[in-house]
Design a protein around this ligand. Structure first.
Ligand code: ROI
Length: 162
């Protein structure tokens, strides 16, 4: 199996979000056939969607992996559950941990459980800015250069956590 570079978006707005992101990073690193290549700063942003929920902490991680996209997704979903993720009916409600496959090399995937590139990517400053931090030259399949996406995406209150 060839090695693939994938980008994972991490987000949390419940139960010490910074700690959730840090322990998710450790859990992803502990996966078989996954190595961390880069990890962005942590960023804070107001919620996109319903406003009656806490601010989010977000980050983006680059990994090198020999897992196919769907097995990788299943591993990430297991980590979400281990960190207390509850699936609620409310759309875009608060969550202890959200792990999304943003990109999987230059593959375009559209199967019932998984759309890659991630469908919300171009509108989400909390994804694009940390992604640009760790991959400033990135060309995204179908979407173009990361810098062009950033130029069309206002910060919307996103702040780097120092
Ligand atoms: N808003 C922000 N700022 N960060 C997120 O990670 C995030 N995740 C979500 C929704 C509810 C869309 N809003 C978010 O899933």
């Amino acid at each position: 199996m060839t090695k693939i570079i994938a980008y994972i978006g991490l987000g949390s707005n419940l139960i010490t979000p910074e700690a959730q992101i840090k322990s998710a990073r450790l859990a992803i690193n502990a996966l078989d056939k996954v190595q961390e290549q880069a990890f962005s700063s942590l960023y804070r942003s107001p919620p996109m969607g319903p406003q009656d929920q806490p601010d989010y902490v977000n980050a983006v991680m680059a990994i090198v992996t020999e897992l196919d996209a769907l097995p990788l997704l299943r591993c990430l979903q297991t980590i979400e559950l281990e960190q207390g993720r509850e699936r609620k009916d409310e759309r875009w409600g608060p969550r202890t941990l959200d792990l999304d496959i943003l990109l999987y090399a230059d593959h375009c995937i559209d199967i019932p459980d998984l759309i890659v590139p991630h469908y919300g990517l171009t509108e989400r400053a909390f994804v694009l800015y940390p992604l640009q931090e760790i991959a400033p030259m990135l060309e995204l399949p179908k979407l173009g250069h990361i810098n062009d996406l950033i130029n069309n995406c206002p910060l919307a209150g996103l702040e780097k956590i120092v």
